[in-house]
Design a protein around this ligand. Structure first.
Ligand code: SF4
Ligand code: SF4
Length: 190
C-alpha cells in the first residue's frame, strides 16, 4: 500500500514537490535514460523503472533500493531525455528524500566513483587512473573483462595513459573532494 509524508497525497506528488522532481508526470517511459545511464549495471532499478515505481507508489522499495543513491551526475540521460525531464535531478530528488528518511547508500563502488579521488590531484578526471582505482578496490576480475575496451579507448586517444595536467584551481577541487569524503565518513559511508 502506498505511503506518504509531509501532507503529500501520493509518493509521486511528494517527488514532484521536491526540487528536481517537478516533471516526473511528463515522463513517457521511453527508456532513453536507462539506456544511456553510465552506471546502470549497479542500479537495482534503472532510472526509467524508478520513475515507474514512484508513480506506482512503491515508496519503500524506491527509497530503500541502491538506485536512490547511484546517480553519478554524468548528465548523459539529461541531454538525451526527449521530454526535458532531467532524470539526474529527479534521481537526486529521490536521493534527498531517502537521506531525510535515514536511508544510506549500499554500494561502496558507486561511492568510489563519486569521490573521484584522482580529481583531487589534477582537478579533472584521469579516466585510466579512476578505472584502475575503481577495479583494484572493488573487483579486479570484473575489471579484466574490460581490458579490451580500455585498450581500444587508448588506441583512439580517448583514455590517456598519463594523468592530465593540473587545471587552475585544482587545489580548490581537492579541498571540495576532501570535504565530501569527510562528510561521507562522518555519515558512516563505506
Ligand atoms: S528519457 Fe525522459 S521521458 Fe524517457 S523514460 Fe527517461 S525520464 Fe522518461
Ligand atoms: S546523470 Fe545519473 S541517471 Fe543520468 S545517466 Fe548519469 S548516472 Fe545515470
Amino acid at each position: 500500500m502506498e505511503t506518504t509524508i509531509r501532507g503529500a497525497k501520493t509518493f509521486v506528488d511528494e517527488v514532484a514537490a521536491e526540487p528536481g522532481g517537478e516533471k516526473i508526470n511528463e515522463c513517457i517511459q521511453c527508456g532513453v535514460c536507462s539506456g544511456s545511464c553510465t552506471t546502470v549495471e549497479w542500479w537495482e532499478h534503472p532510472p526509467r523503472k524508478i520513475i515507474a515505481m514512484i508513480r506506482a507508489g512503491k515508496r519503500e522499495q524506491v527509497l530503500s533500493s541502491t538506485s536512490a543513491f547511484n546517480c553519478v551526475t554524468c548528465y548523459l540521460c539529461t541531454v538525451r531525455c526527449p521530454r526535458g525531464i532531467k532524470p539526474a535531478q529527479l534521481i537526486h530528488a529521490v536521493e534527498a528524500i531517502a537521506e531525510r528518511e535515514g536511508y544510506k547508500p549500499k554500494t561502496p563502488t558507486i561511492k568510489l566513483f563519486r569521490s573521484l579521488r584522482n580529481a583531487m590531484r589534477q582537478g579533472r578526471v584521469w579516466e585510466l587512473g579512476m578505472a584502475l582505482r575503481f577495479y583494484l578496490t572493488s573487483n579486479i576480475l570484473y575489471g579484466l573483462k574490460d581490458v579490451p575496451l580500455a585498450l581500444s579507448l587508448m588506441r583512439r586517444g580517448l583514455m590517456p595513459i598519463f594523468p592530465p595536467k593540473k587545471v587552475k584551481g585544482s587545489r580548490e577541487v581537492a579541498a571540495i573532494m576532501d570535504k565530501v569524503e569527510a562528510m561521507q565518513k562522518a555519515g558512516g559511508a563505506q
